[in-house]
Design a protein around this ligand. Structure first.
Ligand SMILES: Cc1cc2nc3c(=O)[nH]c(=O)nc-3n(C[C@H](O)[C@H](O)[C@H](O)COP(=O)(O)OP(=O)(O)OC[C@H]3O[C@@H](n4cnc5c(N)ncnc54)[C@H](O)[C@@H]3O)c2cc1C
Length: 260
């Protein structure tokens, strides 16, 4: 991935909320990427199952590992369909984690937060969700990475709404390359996002042919990235690589964004 010259690579934190053993793994990966591979990292950090001491430990390890960027998140419940609950002595919202990191580390870390153009399972009101996003930025975060989406028109309208509500920070769209029909459908359902009819039709036609899905998927996702970038107020793309660089490389190539 270093050959693709990313601004940073993300290292997730117990994504899915299922395990707590990731504490060492995430910070170890962050240190290794920074120190052994010279790859700047954005370390995700959630509040799920995390006491203040555990958060202190994670932040110190990130600091010692050469990390300069944290994506501050609340996290999902440890088990699917469970209600999220704060850990004793821990934090209730990502906003509180953002404030804490700023308080403890001043400007050492760039802090990002999550945005949800198509909503969040625990909040139906899109306006309220944008207000909560603004609170995270007002607490000291400086950029937003969004949940994955394929509905570009909806995303661009959402960005306008964020701007109208006074959010001025860079908003980085979350782009999920399509490399397999089954995982495309599964992820869209899991994240409760809308799949535009043209995406659905084009992919359904080739769904039993993996190579064709990759080709059609690359065309569709490249097209959506172009539309986003051409609008002129989005300057970065965040790729959910899922540890696989091939599909992302193809899209970057087609966008003319591969540096030699
Ligand atoms: C780019 C990205 C990366 C992610 N990476 C990870 C990861 O590495 N590990 C992982 O476990 N999960 C990850 N997630 C998932 C994320 O942890 C979940 O979506 C989680 O449910 C919400 O996290 P948040 O930081 O957005 O929470 P918050 O912003 O704290 O919001 C959580 C809920 O509380 C509500 N809320 C916020 N503030 C208030 C308030 N003041 N009053 C009342 N309600 C409020 C919000 O509307 C929302 O419904 C990621 C998500 C994204 C988009």
């Amino acid at each position: 991935m270093r050959d693709l010259h990313p601004l940073f690579v993300d290292v997730t934190w117990n994504a899915g909320g299922s395990t707590r053993q990731g504490v060492a793994t995430t910070t170890e990966m962050v240190a290794k990427a920074n120190k052994a591979y010279g790859l700047p990292t954005c370390m995700h950090l959630t509040c799920t199952g995390m006491s203040r001491e555990a958060i202190d430990k994670a932040l110190l390890e990130a600091y010692n590992g050469g990390c300069r960027c944290i994506l501050a998140l609340r996290g999902d419940p440890p088990l699917e369909n469970e209600k999220w609950e704060a850990t004793a002595g821990g934090f209730l919202y990502a906003r509180d984690l953002v404030s804490y990191i700023r308080e403890q580390y001043d400007d050492h870390f760039e802090i990002g937060v999550a945005g949800y153009p198509e909503g969040h399972p625990e909040e139906n009101d899109h306006e309220v969700l944008i207000d909560h996003l603004k609170e995270k930025l007002d607490a000291g975060a400086s950029f937003v990475i969004t949940q994955m989406f394929y509905d570009v028109d909806h995303f661009l309208t959402w960005v306008d709404k964020c701007r109208e509500k006074g959010i001025t920070a860079p908003i980085v769209p979350g782009i999920m390359p399509i490399s397999n029909y089954a995982s495309f459908i599964r992820r869209a359902k899991w994240c409760e996002i809308n799949v535009p009819p043209d995406f659905m039709m084009a992919l359904e036609r080739v769904k039993d042919d993996d190579a064709a899905v990759r080709e059609v998927g690359a065309e569709l996702v490249t097209g959506m990235c172009k539309t986003i970038m051409e609008k002129g107020h989005i300057y970065h793309l965040h790729f959910y690589t899922m540890n696989l660089e091939k599909s992302t490389r193809v899209i970057l190539e087609r966008l003319g964004l591969l540096l030699n």
